[in-house]
Design a protein around this ligand. Sequence first.
Ligand SMILES: [Zn+2]
Length: 134
Amino acid sequence: MPNQRRQRKIQSPPPMDGFKPYGVRMKNMEKVILLFEEYEAIRLIDHEDLNQEEAAARMDVSRPTFTRIYKKARQTVAKALVEGKALLIEGGTYISENYWVRCGKCSKLTTAPDPVQNCPHCHSDKMKNIHQPE
Ligand SMILES: [Zn+2]
């Protein structure tokens, strides 16, 4: 399909839905959105310490595409830090080989290659599906 954006491969989703500034009133707090693939770019470069070539290969995108994703990711994180905005991590154009499921009781995130019925941390069955492989 011509105009379809190539999907970016994500290995690990964030353990939380986002961040809130400490010491700033929640009322009227503005939000910025970090896409899942932008989070993954920061994770691979700044947490796993890969170079951009390696990170692009992991996400199955070209090097220039990776550079663009990573730059926008850093700009979004900087905006949240500098301007005191909440950072939500959601959305994007991505694929993952794992199910991502969040527990409705303890809020912990589980990733697994098979569907998850019960939380491995608190055994609750109130699991919310965030992502499933195609
Ligand atoms: Zn749980």
